[in-house]
Design a protein. Sequence first.
Length: 350
Amino acid sequence: MKIAPIHREASRSDRIDPLMVHTGQHYDSEMSEVFFADLSIEEPTIQLNVGSGTHAEQTAAVLVQLEPHLERLRPAAVLVVGDVNSTLAAALCAAKLNIPVVHVEAGLRSFNRAMPEEVNRVMTDAISDLLLAPSDDAVENLIREGHSSERIHMVGNLMIDSLDSMLARSRSSDILERLDLIPGAFFLATLHRPANVDDLGQLQHLVQMLVAISGYNPVVFVVHPRTRAMLDASDQLPVLEGAGVIMLEPLGYMDFLALEAASAGVLTDSGGIQEETTVLGVPCMTLRDETERPVTVTHGSNHIVGRDLGAILEVIEGIVSGPPPEAHRPPLWDGHSAERVVSILEERYG
């Protein structure tokens, strides 16, 4: 969702020539191919196919497999997005070869180093030549850490470029009819972060929480492969299947966006969904103790509820009994972030 608008805009430029590398960290059809199709992204020029594995295995595989391509191509810069293992690995590979690194989504901080993504963010920013930030707080974080203001550019949020371009099309999705859902009368849930799903006790608690919430409205639970594996290995599947919880395999962007926009509220540990619900004006309950996207709380509809069922039910009671929140967009979350990114790339490397 972040690469699509950048690649589309860069392909229109007569000053830069974009070449896409797909590391394969997200490798199955539900988590990769369907997004390329929905977002009309052309086939990547280079496929690394690193697959799954530990953090060390994924990072090392990207480093080893990407290096010969960068040595052969010697690009003017390597642009990386987000905070996954591939982000750090590609940035480190380029930096070791003295190729400039551009980090899109720079400066986000949860201030929780126990999160692998936080380590990836901090280290990627440390070795990047250009830091393209999505929000004012991200810019402040970078300046506070000592990064030169000349390297920092506020560009807005690429996720919202994709959302704006696809929202009208998503209304043609028939997923609500297929699931027999009424708009505004169901909750949407996603879980994938290790802190929530890799610990069996924590996962059991979250399953019981989803069951309790389904007493208000049906809960549509879109199950990440990582979460599915843990549910399959535990005794939690029958608990969910016996409640008002609709379990789905991972969805394409169009179907998921249709559900998200029509839901009464979303329960998630995803950073991107916090951003999307902010713009959609859909209440979001973040099942973590902190967020690297505080602007979704100060400007949006996000509530940091952790795993406290009481706090979650308090938000849900407000959703059920009160008017829906108004949608508010943080500065530069205007659907034109890719244009700003490409303008900076043209100026610097074109």
